[in-house]
Design a protein around this ligand. Structure first.
Ligand SMILES: NC(=O)c1ccc[n+]([C@@H]2O[C@H](COP(=O)([O-])OP(=O)(O)OC[C@H]3O[C@@H](n4cnc5c(N)ncnc54)[C@H](O)[C@@H]3O)[C@@H](O)[C@H]2O)c1
Length: 347
């Protein structure tokens, strides 16, 4: 007899909810939608071809909709409260990045899920996109070897997103600069270099006053391995679109690599110190489909079969920790911030 498909509640029907919903439906059923804005639910239901109950309050949904799990694609400022309510109702949780605004919120989510014996995964898809996973693979000691230093310049033109009047641009709701632009790269840094020990960051002058946080920031991260990572962010650089803006350059023990992202393809160059020329790999598939399928497929298999997943809450919490540390360092004029950021909250 075929096994029943997992029944998910999709919470947050804005831009991203309906996008992720398409991948969710490949591996599970969506049994209910939730968003305080009925129009968002209407759009999402139409886009996904769903006729399911709709809730404007997640507390009603988790109690009434007969679900196995929730998928949270709501704004960052409600990730923690929704996760806690879902856990209390005995539902597993897949929550989009950024896990939450702050590390204490992340720990509240972790503790609630532990207490109620439910699983918690955070959707950090960048490390799963094949071109980005390929760079991780190149750092095997038999090829380029471990990373010693990596830099990402993510200056881009963020104006087309029109985030100015939304929660994204307000740090008390979104979390800050890196929660909006940087979260993907910072998680990938962790996939590349492991756990971090120290963060030092500086703000530049304010460029666009419509952002309620400082909109130029440069951050350096020191990893336990000794590797150094730099991420330099600006939001009003007209030459690069978001998708063109985040190509890493890395110096590795036996060589190096450089990614050049374009709008419709990605070029990757890499060379060992003993090679005469760089090698070139071109990716015409940017790898979004593969990454979304990987993460949601793993979530379903984790819940149904207890199969170890590619991501858990650990990636989410450690990423928020690095972002919060960078914002804190920059606000303190570049003071070094040591990790863990909240030693008293650690297990
Ligand atoms: N993995 C990725 O590549 C990726 C891409 C984009 C967005 N995201 C994440 O998805 C989330 C949503 O982003 P978005 O671009 O869709 O933002 P959005 O502003 O378009 O949508 C957010 C939605 O959350 C809803 N919401 C607010 N409070 C709620 C509550 N109490 N209960 C239920 N819904 C509530 C809003 O009404 C809105 O419809 C964010 O956490 C973002 O970081 C991830």
């Amino acid at each position: 007899m075929p096994r029943a498909r997992l029944r998910l509640g999709l919470i947050g029907c804005g831009n991203f909810g309906k996008h992720l919903g398409r991948y969710l439906l490949e591996v599970a059923d969506i049994g209910a939608l939730c968003d305080p804005q009925p129009t968002g639910m209407e759009d999402t239901a139409r886009h996904l071809g769903l006729e399911v109950p709709r809730f404007t309050d997640y507390r009603d949904m988790v109690g009434q909709a007969n679900l196995d799990a929730v998928v949270i694609t709501a704004a960052n400022f409600v990730h923690a409260e929704i996760t806690i309510a879902a856990a209390q109702a005995g539902l597993h949780v897949f929550c989009e990045k950024a896990m939450a605004r702050t590390v204490p919120e992340c720990w509240q989510m972790v503790r609630a899920c532990r207490r109620h014996g439910v699983k918690l995964m955070i959707g950090h898809k960048r490390r799963l996109r094949p071109p980005w996973a390929r760079m991780l693979e190149l750092t095997d000691d038999s090829c380029l070897g471990p990373v010693l230093a990596v830099t990402v310049c993510e200056y881009c033109d963020n104006r087309p997103y029109e985030f100015f009047d939304t929660w994204w641009a307000r740090p008390e709701l979104g979390g800050g600069f890196f929660h909006m632009h940087g979260v993907h790269v910072i998680d990938w840094f962790r996939a590349l270099c492991g756990d971090a020990r120290r963060v030092i960051a500086l703000h530049g002058p304010q460029h666009d006053v419509r952002y309620r946080f400082r909109d130029i920031i440069h951050a350096n991260i020191v990893f336990a391995s000794g590797a150094l990572a730099a991420i330099n962010g600006g939001l009003s650089f007209p030459i690069h679109k978001f998708r063109q803006s985040q190509g890493p350059w890395a110096e590795c023990r036996h060589g190096g690599f450089k990614m050049v992202p374009h709008l419709d393809h990605i070029d990757l160059y890499w060379q060992r110190l003993d090679d005469a020329e760089p090698r070139h790999e071109r990716f015409d598939d940017l790898g979004f489909d593969a990454a979304y399928r990987h993460e949601v497929g793993d979530f379903v298999a984790w819940v149904q079969d207890d199969r170890p997943p590619c991501l858990t809450w650990v990636e989410g919490l450690r990423c928020v920790e690095l972002m919060e540390a960078a914002h804190r360092s920059a606000e303190a004029g570049g003071a070094a911030v040591e990790l863990p950021l909240y030693p008293d909250l650690e297990d």
